[in-house]
Ligand binder design. Structure first.
Ligand code: PLP
Length: 215
């Protein structure tokens, strides 16, 4: 399949209310440019360094998202241009994003990353910690960030019941926090599980290998 064919088939499989973030990690800027020329505008990377390098080579109207763990000392590398940091997994990181964003006189969109996988390896905040952080933000802390969504990664499994359990737990938290203050984005689902994620309420999916091929 060509890039165009795989891109079109992914898009066709998504209901209109679901946003596609194309995960371009490990793929060269030329591939991003090719997908850009087909109309895609939201791209996601999991490393600050790689993101900064590609951003410098590519059109300015790309909406860049960070989806991987971000060390506080790398925040300044991406703040000048980043649109959304989906992987906020600690108060310390949120504080640093807010501080650097203020220094650049801008506000940055963030999602709180929630640990939903039953397996022990995936990072993220607990629901309780996320709610606490969210309430602090609603009350006026971290004025240079806007919390617009939640992000979660399910266990790497073909067990549909387990995937549904994990995704549904995040959807429940999303609904609970949205009642405190409106959220817009529920980011869950990757190449292997995005259709299940959409069934469970995702309105943004992060798809890499199903578009670009294996890494
Ligand atoms: C790599 C990655 C994806 C995309 O994974 P694919 O299986 O290639 O679609 C999605 N989300 C996160 C957080 C990732 O690191």
């Amino acid at each position: 399949m060509t890039l165009q064919e795989s891109f079109n088939s992914i898009k066709k499989s998504l209901p209109p209310h679901v946003t596609l973030a194309a995960v371009s990690k490990t793929h060269p800027a030329e591939k991003v440019a090719e997908l850009y020329s087909l109309g895609q505008r939201i791209f996601a990377e999991n490393k600050a360094q790689e993101l900064a390098e590609k951003q410098a080579l590519l059109p300015r109207d790309i909406e860049w998202h960070l989806i991987g763990h971000l060390q506080t000392n790398k925040v300044k590398m991406i703040i000048p241009f980043i649109h959304t940091i989906q992987s906020v997994d600690s108060e310390r990181l949120l504080k640093e994003i807010d501080r650097v964003a203020a220094a650049h006189s801008r506000t940055v969109e963030v999602y709180l990353q929630i640990k939903i996988a039953e397996e022990e390896t995936k990072s993220g905040l607990s629901s309780e910690a996320a709610e606490l952080l969210f309430r602090q933000w609603v009350c006026g802390d971290f004025p240079n960030v806007v919390v617009t969504g939640l992000m979660g990664m399910a266990t790497f499994t073909g067990d549909e019941d387990q995937l549904q359990r994990e995704f549904s737990s995040l959807k429940a938290l999303y609904d609970r926090l949205s009642a405190i203050h409106p959220l817009k984005h529920l980011s869950m689902g990757m190449s292997g599980d995005y259709l299940t994620a959409v069934d469970c309420g995702a309105n943004l999916v992060r798809v890499g290998s199903a578009i670009f091929g294996q890494r």
